[in-house]
Ligand binder design. Structure first.
Ligand code: ACM
Length: 745
C-alpha cells in the first residue's frame, strides 16, 4: 500500500553520504518525505533537458513552458538530467540539486511526473536560484485521487487538461472522471448515437439553490459531450503526467439522461427527460436483459478507450420505488432467489462486475454497493461517512476513502458572507488537513485495504471552470499533503507554505481561493464572566482587528480577552502587510442561557457538532444561508433533547429556537417542540409546546411563551421529523435536524 519503506532506504543512503544533513522544511507541497539542504545554490537562466527521455517527458515539458518555466531541449550539455533508474522499486524518486544542475532519478512515468512537480515548484518558488539539496521522496498512499463531475456542468478539453496539470503538480495519480448523470451523458458511445443527440442535453437548468422555493429555471438548453477522439487526447495527456483516468458510468441510478434517449431500458413505459434540477430521481435502469446487453456494449467501448485498471460503475443513490412496483423486477427476484430490492441491486452490480472482470478490468463503486451483498472483486469508495469503508475493508476489499465530511470540495470552505453559492456544509482546508484516510476504529490489520483518498468536486453549483478552481484548488493542495504522508510537521508550517502556493497561483491568474487571512473564532463560556472569543488567523504573523457593535472604528486586538456583551454584530479581520483578509461578522444575542450549563441526551453527528453543545446557547447565531460551521448542531435521526441548568434560579417566560430547513439535503424541521421546567426533585412541568414549525425560507423560528416561571433547570425537546417519505430526496433515510440557537428570556 505505501511506498515509504523503499524511499527510507534511500534517505538512509543519502544521509550517510552527506554530512550536512539539516532537514529543510522546503516550500514544496506536498512536503517531501526527506530533503537535505547543502551550502550553495544552483543558478540558471534556462533549464535544459538533455538526455534521451524526451519521449517520456514530451508534452509535459511543453506544458511547463506554458506555465512560464524556461525549459529547453538540447541533445547534450543540459543542466537537468532525468534518469530512469530500475533499481528504485516503485513509488519514489530522487532529486539532487547540484552546482551544475538537477539530477532526477525515478523508475517510471508517474514517479518522473512526481519529480517534475517538485522541480516546477523549486523553480517557481525560488526565483531562478535553487538551494543545493537532495530530495528522497515517495508517496504514503497509493491512491491519490481527485474527481470531477462534468455532467451537471461541462468543461472544455483545455480546462480538463488544466485540471490534470494541477493534479500532476501536486502528485495526484488518479482522476475520477464522473461522465454520466441524470442531467447529462457526456461521453460519445458510437453504438448508441442517441446518447449524443438526446442524452447529452437537458432542456434547462435550475437557478439558485435547490432549497430555494419555488424552483425557477433558466429556460436554456444545456449540454454537450466529449468525442472519443477528445477522450483519447485527454487520456494521453494524463498518461504523460502519470495519471490514471478512471471513468465513471453511473448505474443503475443517476441514469435519467440515458433513459431520455433509450426509454425502453426503464421499468415504466413513459417519456423520460434529462433532469433540469439536482438530487436523486426515482427513474432508474430496469435490470432486464436488454439493459445488460446495452450496458455491456457501452462498457466495451469504455474499456477499449480507457487504459485504466479500474472502471467506476457508480451504484450510488438508486431508489427502489420502481423496482418494487415492477412485475418484471419481482419475477427476476423470484428467479434469482433474491429476498429484496437491495439484493436485486447487488445482482445488477455483480453482473456488470462479471462482465468488466472478463475484460481484465476491476470495478469501483460508491459504498451503496455494499447493500444486498458486495460484488466479489469490487473496490469500495466510501462517501456517506466512513462506515462503508470500514465494512468493506473488514470483508477484505480495497477501499478508497472520500467521506462527505472532509473530501467534498463542493461544500462551503469559508464562513465569510459573500462566498459563491454552494450546496451546503462547511469544509475549510484546515479540516482537510486534519483528516486521515484511515478511519477511526478500523483495526490495524485492515489498514492495508485503505488505498488512499479522493477529493470530490460535484458541479451542480459550479457553472464555470473558474468556479471549479475556486472550490477545488486550495483543498486539493491540502489533500495532497495528507495523501503524501503529511510531512509538514504542523498546520502552522503548512499554512506558511500554502500561502506561498496560493499567492503563486494568484499571480498566474488562477482563481484559487485564498482564505489564509480568514479569522476563526473559538467561543468559550467563562462562568460568571460571559462568552469569551478567541480570534486567530491562519497566517500566524497577521495582525487582528476587531470592533464591537457600538464601536465606530476597528481596533487592534491586544492581549486582553474579548467578551461578548452587546447585542448586534461583532466584526473581525486579519491583515498581513498590505493584504487584508475578509471581514468576519459574529452576530450576538445576549440572553439568560448564554453561560448556562447544557447537556444533550443525544450527541449531534460528529460532522455537525459545531463548537460543542454550548454552541446552541452561547448567544452566537449560526448563519441563515448555511448549516454546518461552528454554531449549528446537526442530529441524524435523533431528537434534540437539551437540559439547561442555570447557576441560580431564574425567572423565565420565553424560549425561542431556530431551525434550518433544507429538504434537498435531507434536513427537516422538527415535528414538535416542547419546553419543560424541572424542579429540585427532578419533576418535569411542561411550560409550552408548538407543533411543526413552518417556513418558506431556510430558517424557521419557533417561539414558546409561557407564564413567568422560576426555575434552575429547563428542558427543551425538538422531535426529529423521522424517516423521509418515499419519493422525496433521501426517501426512506433518517432525516436531519439542525438547530441554533435556543434563546431563553
Ligand atoms: C455521491 O455523492 N452521490 C456519491
Amino acid at each position: 500500500m505505501n511506498n515509504v519503506r523503499v524511499i527510507l532506504l534511500y534517505v538512509l543512503l543519502i544521509s550517510c553520504n552527506n554530512p550536512s544533513s539539516d532537514v529543510l522544511v522546503t516550500d514544496i507541497l506536498p512536503t517531501p518525505l526527506s530533503a537535505t539542504v547543502n551550502e550553495g545554490s544552483f543558478s540558471h537562466n534556462s533549464l535544459i533537458i538533455d538526455n534521451g527521455t524526451k519521449e517520456i517527458l514530451g508534452n509535459y515539458i511543453d506544458w511547463m513552458k506554458e506555465w512560464s518555466i524556461p525549459l529547453e531541449w538540447k541533445e547534450e550539455n543540459g543542466n537537468v538530467k532525468v534518469v530512469i533508474d530500475q533499481s528504485i522499486e516503485s513509488g519514489g524518486y530522487l532529486l539532487s540539486v547540484e552546482k551544475e544542475g538537477v539530477l532526477i532519478r525515478a523508475k517510471d512515468r508517474p514517479t518522473i511526473s512526481n519529480a517534475l512537480g517538485t522541480l516546477y515548484q523549486l523553480i517557481e518558488l525560488n526565483n531562478g536560484k535553487i538551494p543545493l539539496m537532495e530530495i528522497a521522496d515517495g508517496a504514503y498512499y497509493a491512491y491519490r485521487g481527485m474527481h470531477l463531475d462534468v455532467a451537471r456542468h461541462m468543461f472544455s478539453v483545455a480546462e480538463i487538461k488544466k485540471y490534470l496539470d494541477f493534479l500532476a503538480l501536486y502528485k495526484f495519480n488518479k482522476f475520477h472522471w464522473h461522465l454520466t448523470e441524470d442531467q447529462g451523458w457526456r461521453i460519445e458511445i458510437k453504438k448508441y448515437p442517441k446518447l449524443q443527440s438526446i442524452a447529452a442535453y437537458r432542456d434547462e437548468t435550475l437557478i439558485g439553490h435547490y432549497n430555494d422555493q419555488p424552483h425557477q429555471f433558466d429556460g436554456k438548453r444545456y449540454g454537450g459531450y466529449y468525442t472519443q477522439e477528445e477522450i483519447k487526447d485527454i487520456i494521453h495527456y494524463a498518461d504523460a503526467r502519470g495519471i490514471e483516468i478512471i471513468p465513471e458510468i453511473d448505474i443503475p441510478g443517476h441514469s435519467l439522461a440515458l433513459l431520455s434517449a433509450y426509454p425502453e431500458l426503464g421499468c415504466e413505459t413513459k417519456e423520460y427527460k434529462a433532469a433540469t434540477k439536482w438530487g436523486v430521481f426515482s427513474d432508474v435502469l430496469c435490470p432486464k436483459e436488454e439493459t445488460f446487453k446495452f450496458l455491456e456494449n457501452v462498457f466495451s467501448e469504455i474499456i477499449e478507450l480507457f487504459p485504466s485498471e479500474y472502471i467506476h460503475i457508480g451504484g450510488d443513490e438508486c431508489p427502489k420505488d420502481q423496482w418494487k412496483k415492477s412485475a418484471l423486477c419481482q419475477t427476476i427476484m423470484k428467479r434469482e432467489n433474491l429476498k429484496d430490492e437491495m439484493e436485486l441491486q447487488s445482482y445488477f452490480i455483480q453482473r456488470i462486475e462479471k462482465f468488466i472482470n472478463s475484460k481484465g478490468k476491476r470495478i469501483i463503486g460508491w459504498d451503496e454497493i455494499l447493500e444486498g451483498g458486495l460484488a466479489p472483486n469490487a473496490t469500495v469508495m466510501s462517501w456517506r461517512g466512513v462506515q462503508g469503508g470500514i465494512e468493506a475493508a473488514k470483508e477484505g476489499h480495497d477501499v478508497i476513502m472520500t467521506p462527505t465530511s472532509h473530501c467534498y470540495f463542493d461544500y462551503y470552505q469559508s464562513q465569510n458572507d459573500g462566498e459563491p453559492l454552494a450546496i451546503g456544509g462547511y469544509t475549510p482546508y484546515q479540516k482537510v488537513y486534519e483528516w486521515s484516510p484511515i478511519p477511526e476504529g478500523l483495526e490495524p490489520s485492515y489498514h492495508k485495504y485503505v488505498m488512499g483518498g479522493q477529493g470530490n468536486v460535484w458541479t451542480e453549483y459550479m457553472k464555470t471552470f473558474d468556479h471549479v478552481e475556486y472550490m477545488a484548488l486550495t483543498r486539493m493542495i491540502t489533500l495532497s499533503e495528507v495523501l503524501w504522508g503529511k510531512h509538514s510537521g504542523s498546520i502552522d508550517q503548512f499554512n506558511d507554505k500554502l500561502f506561498l502556493h496560493t499567492s503563486h497561483w494568484e499571480d498566474q491568474g488562477v482563481n484559487i481561493a485564498n482564505h489564509l487571512l480568514d479569522v476563526t473564532t473559538q467561543l468559550e463560556v467563562v462562568a460568571d464572566k460571559g462568552v469569551k472569543v478567541d480570534v486567530s488567523s491562519a497566517a500566524s504573523d497577521a495582525q487582528i482587528y476587531w470592533k464591537s457593535p457600538s464601536a465606530q472604528n476597528f481596533q487592534i486586538k491586544s492581549d486582553a480577552d474579548i467578551f461578548l456583551g452587546e447585542s448586534g454584530e461583532y466584526k473581525f479581520y486579519s491583515q498581513l502587510k498590505d493584504k487584508k483578509g475578509h471581514e468576519y461578522e459574529l452576530s450576538f444575542v445576549p440572553h439568560k442561557g448564554n453561560t448556562a450549563h447544557i447537556e444533550l441526551k443525544n450527541e449531534p453527528s460528529k460532522t455537525y457538532s459545531g463548537n460543542g453543545s454550548q454552541s446552541i446557547i452561547n448567544g452566537v447565531i449560526g448563519p441563515d444561508h448555511r448549516y454546518g460551521g461552528s454554531e449549528w448542531l446537526g442530529f441524524s435521526g435523533d431528537d434534540l433533547e437539551a437540559t439547561i441548568t442555570f447557576s441560580k434560579i431564574k425567572k423565565l417566560n420565553y424560549v425561542e429556537l431556530r431551525f434550518f430547513k433544507g429538504e434537498g439535503q435531507w434536513i427537516y424541521l422538527p415535528s414538535s417542540v416542547e419546553v419543560f421546567s424541572i424542579d429540585e426533585n427532578g419533576l418535569e412541568k411542561k411550560l409550552g409546546n408548538t407543533m411543526t414549525p413552518t417556513t418558506d425560507n431556510k430558517i424557521a423560528v419557533t417561539e414558546i411563551k409561557f407564564p413567568s416561571t422560576h426555575t434552575k433547570t429547563l428542558k427543551v425537546r425538538a422531535k426529529n421529523y423521522g424517516l423521509i417519505p418515499e419519493g422525496r430526496q433521501g426517501g426512506g433515510h433518517d432525516s436531519w435536524l439542525f438547530v441554533d440557537e435556543i434563546i431563553i428570556r
